[in-house]
Design a protein around this ligand. Structure first.
Ligand SMILES: Nc1ncnc2c1ncn2[C@@H]1O[C@H](COP(=O)(O)OP(=O)(O)OP(=O)(O)O)[C@@H](O)[C@H]1O
Ligand SMILES: Cc1cn([C@H]2C[C@H](O)[C@@H](COP(=O)(O)O)O2)c(=O)[nH]c1=O
Length: 207
């Protein structure tokens, strides 16, 4: 593969979607070919699974069923969209990826080793070349998301503050344990300032 695979991670509302689009524009301005995608979703099959995962009651799926659905969606996304783009030499910017499963499904009691085993089976263990972990002070991202969604949360946003604090703590643990891949980026301040920090966190990978 000759392209580079970058994931953006973090809790609810920290600005991943905003920054995925802004980062793509900044990289394209440097002459790179960029594919922007997201999880769950990003391919026809994975978008269909997204509908199942995002809608309905919080208890619609057990944590185990949820982990399997995310792994299945990712397998389709990797095979149909991510690998072909990387093989064509494109940069892939993905709004959430495997670390979200480790943080969100891990936060519901699914063992990290089991999540990674599912990923090894479904997606041949493909990991990003760089993961940009966006973070804000506790509660600030959820507040932004609430305003954006006019108070109507999806199955994940609807969970309580303890759940989201645990998600944030798991992201931090992943960043501590995988410092070569994961870079922490402060998501506070203007969108322009955050994009500049993200570009700094990619500086060593840029042609
Ligand atoms: N730097 C910023 N300053 C203020 N508001 C911002 C900033 N970046 C994004 N926002 C706003 O915050 C809200 C959440 O941003 P965005 O949708 O990009 O977050 P996200 O991390 O993708 O959320 P989710 O996890 O729910 O998908 C949006 O209304 C967006 O316009
Ligand atoms: C990839 C992935 C996502 N989630 C959760 C995290 C979010 O609450 C939603 C996706 O919503 P977004 O607005 O598109 O960010 O899904 C998860 O629990 N596990 C995962 O692997």
């Amino acid at each position: 593969m000759s392209g580079l695979f970058i994931s953006l991670e973090g809790g609810e509302g920290v600005g991943k979607s905003t920054q995925t689009a802004r980062l793509a524009a900044a990289l394209e301005a440097r002459g790179l070919h960029v594919v922007v995608t997201r999880e769950p979703g990003g391919s026809e099959g994975a978008e269909a699974i997204r509908g199942l995962l995002m809608q309905g009651e919080v208890t619609r799926w057990s944590p185990h069923a949820e982990a399997l659905l995310f792994a299945a969606a990712r397998a389709d996304h990797v095979e149909k969209r991510i690998r072909p783009a990387l093989e064509a030499g494109q940069w892939v910017l993905c709004d959430r990826y495997i670390d979200s499963t480790r943080a969100y499904q891990g936060g519901q009691g699914i063992d990290d080793a089991a999540i990674l085993a599912l990923h090894a089976f479904g997606s041949k263990g493909l990991l990003p070349d760089r993961t940009l972990l966006l973070s804000l002070p506790e509660g600030a991202g959820e507040e932004r998301a609430l305003v954006r969604d006019r108070g109507v949360a999806d199955r994940f946003g609807a969970r309580g503050p303890e759940f989201h604090a645990q998600v944030a703590a798991t992201f931090e643990r992943i960043a501590d344990g995988e410092a070569a891949r994961v870079r922490r980026v402060d998501a506070a301040g203007t969108p322009e300032a955050v994009t500049a920090r993200l570009m700094d966190a990619l500086a060593d990978l840029l042609p």
